[in-house]
Write a protein that binds this ligand. Structure first.
Ligand code: ADP
Ligand code: ZN
Length: 634
């Protein structure tokens, strides 16, 4: 349907272009034979009728008229200077109309404008018929589908499992949508836009729907890619429509999925692209509605780094919520939630299945249960058993979701030490940042990640702070080297190296914190913008690289030293990570102070050990572990 319409529009567009082309061609042909003075005199006898003469301000005479040749009439034009003009006039051949005829110029201008006007009119007609729905051509395009979709959402927070902190952040927004006046009276500023960042299938859409459902307000949803179709300018007008509809329906939620499709960083070297106009319109709309208009924009992306920074300024998407892949407890909760409406064998231990599915998104977990249910239906059985789930997991892993491959136990081992390494440096290096949360759940292309915040609130960073930050980034690699040996280090550190190198380069070229002294050297971006002051010689470039490399080496040595001196602590953190997958600042503090595993880790280990025993005794029927999985215990 959509495609047919597109093809039709294109054919129409091409037809109009062809018509314009043909018209222009005949104009051209019928227009002018150009004569110089001599040709004019030679052909003077064939001239018929009047010859018009225009005198331009710089004394040039333009003659235009018609002449016959072989029985046909042609148009001619001759451009003469004053002397030639009077000599020609002296021949007395044609009765010439003398003078400066404005009318003629206008007529010509109009004629030459016709194609342009036609194109513009055509565009306007096409767009308005696509946008407005009614009117000429409206029905032909059947364009009601292009309106943003407004729905009521019956999703509630209880339908979203896990991600509790994230839900908490949205409670206030629900409250605002329920009583916007309360906030308006207090003069409180509620965020206009909430950006949710996280891998696909982690429940971003679900969460936005839940906010609308909890507040019982209208839910408008549109995907970033839907803004971009066919013609420049269309995306922008869709944005306009979306917001004007939403304002009428306020209070409400606008949900824009895949906002990165329109919100990419604007490219300064290129003109206004389609998506740039769309982005600009989005910015205008977000600035345009008042703080308390009751419209809240929620957007989802899996890459904040590609977004145009303008989107993240206050008054636009001023709140960002990070949603990561679910950890073991969250996976259990999601599994249980989706198992609720299915008949499952009471023997299934959801915790075990959560253990088996690290790296799975909420959508994949839901898919596992769905696949299992399909198996049961196909085989005309009554209940989902552990074997169905096992089979379904393999299907989901091996199926289209291969991208987010599940983590093997070996990966888990490596990542646990790597992340523990980061955490340990944060713990032991005085000026390093404080570790807030460590997880071995993969995100993007990182195996796991460690969230740190600065220990003091100062806006400045000292040389020592920066060295500590570099050592922190290198801590992951250092732990891998210490535990697995120099030859077994992995590619998992590449992002860390990138960040460490960046800091170091800045210290050398921007902050005057190295042997190279106080000179500020250009960054590549500045150079690209054509700035020349501060461009350096190859010799200096070499020195800069040397200096960076030395600094990284020094910091790496510090990291290795800390890891070596605190191996026991590293083991404890790594083990806790393998058991719980995510550990908090408190748990890390506990390990650091007491030099032993936190209680929850011990309990969890005992539970597992008991189960393993039962399994050996054949009391639990269990699926077979993957061949590539090694030994969990260490
Ligand atoms: P995203 O928008 O982040 O790509 P969705 O919100 O579309 O992901 O999630 C797809 C489906 O996965 C949801 O409809 C839901 O069934 C399931 N799902 C994902 N995360 C959760 C969660 N935290 N709790 C319950 N279900 C979830
Ligand atoms: Zn790392």
């Amino acid at each position: 349907m959509k495609n047919k319409r597109k093809i039709f529009l294109w054919i129409l567009f091409l037809a109009v272009l062809i018509v314009i082309g043909v018209v222009l061609y005949y104009f051209q042909k019928g227009t002018v034979t150009k004569w110089n003075y001599d040709q004019l005199c030679q052909n003077a006898s064939s001239i018929t009728g009047q010859v018009s003469v225009k005198v331009t301000s710089n004394g040039v005479y333009v003659l235009e008229g018609y002449y016959t040749s072989a029985g046909k009439i042609y148009k001619f034009m001759a451009v003469l200077d004053e002397k030639d003009y009077y000599s020609f006039k002296g021949l007395g051949i044609a009765d010439m109309m003398l003078g400066y005829e404005e009318g003629n110029t206008w007529k010509q201008l109009l004629v030459s404008l016709i194609p342009t006007v036609l194109i513009v009119v055509f565009y306007i007609w096409m767009f308005s018929s696509m946008m407005k729905g009614g009117g000429m051509g409206g029905n032909m395009f059947g364009n009601n589908k292009q309106r943003p979709r407004e729905t009521k959402s019956d999703v509630k927070f209880k339908n979203v499992a896990g991600i509790n902190e994230e839900k908490q952040e949205l409670v206030e927004i629900v409250d605002y949508l329920k009583n916007p006046n309360k906030y308006a009276q207090m003069g409180a500023r509620v965020p206009k836009g909430v950006l949710m960042e996280g891998p696909p299938g982690t429940g971003k859409t679900l969460l936005a729907k839940a906010v609308a459902g909890e507040a019982n307000v209208a839910f408008f949803s549109m995907a970033g890619s839907e803004f971009e179709e066919m013609f420049v300018g269309l995306g922008a007008s869709r944005v306009r429509d979306l917001f004007s509809d939403a304002k009428k329906a306020a209070p409400c939620i606008i949900f824009i999925d895949e906002i990165d499709a329109v919100g990419r960083k604007r490219n300064s070297s290129m003109g206004l692209g389609t998506s740039e106009q769309t982005l600009n319109q989005l910015l205008v709309e977000m600035d345009g509605f008042g703080t308390n208009s009751g419209v809240i924009v929620m957007a989802a992306t899996n890459r904040v780094d590609v977004l145009d920074p303008a989107l993240l300024r206050p008054g636009r998407f001023d709140r960002t919520i990070q949603i990561s892949l679910p950890d073991i407890r969250e996976r259990e909760a999601i599994l249980k939630l989706h198992a609720n409406n299915k008949s499952v064998s009471p023997e299934i231990d959801w915790k075990r299945i959560a253990e088996r599915t690290p790296g799975f998104s909420g959508a994949q977990l839901e898919n596992v249960l769905n696949e299992a249910a399909i198996l049961v239906v196909r085989e005309k059985r009554k209940m989902i058993t552990i074997n169905d789930i096992d089979e379904a997991i393999d299907r989901v892993v091996g199926g289209p979701a291969k991208k987010s491959r599940a983590m093997t136990l070996k990966d888990k081992q490596i990542v646990s030490y790597h992340e523990a390494g980061h955490a340990l440096i944060g713990l032991k290096l005085r000026s390093a940042s404080k570790v807030q949360k460590v997880t071995i759940i993969p995100r993007g292309n990182a195996g796991g990640y460690t969230i740190m915040t600065p220990k003091d609130e100062s806006n400045f960073s000292s040389k020592e702070d920066l060295h500590a930050a570099i050592a922190g980034y290198l801590g992951g690699r250092a732990a891998e080297e210490v535990i697995f040996g120099k030859d077994n280090i992995t590619t998992g550190a590449h992002d860390d190296l990138d960040k460490a190198t960046n800091i170091s380069r800045k210290m050398v070229t921007q902050f005057g914190m190295s042997k190279l002294g106080l000179t500020k050297y250009l960054t590549m971006a500045e150079e690209a913008y054509g700035q020349t002051k501060g461009v350096y010689s190859d010799e200096v470039a070499y020195k800069i690289d040397q200096e960076i490399s030395n600094m990284l080496d020094e910091c790496y040595k510090i990291a290795i030293k800390i890891i070596n001196e605190n191996k026991e602590l590293l083991e404890l953190i790594a083990e806790s990570l393998r058991v719980l997958e995510t550990i908090t600042a408190e748990q890390i503090d506990y390990i650091n102070k007491n030099n032993k595993l936190p209680n929850e880790v011990i309990l969890e280990k005992e539970r597992k050990a008991k189960e393993d025993k039962k399994r050996e005794a054949g009391e639990i029927l269990e699926f077979e572990p993957d061949a590539d999985e090694g030994d969990t215990k260490n």
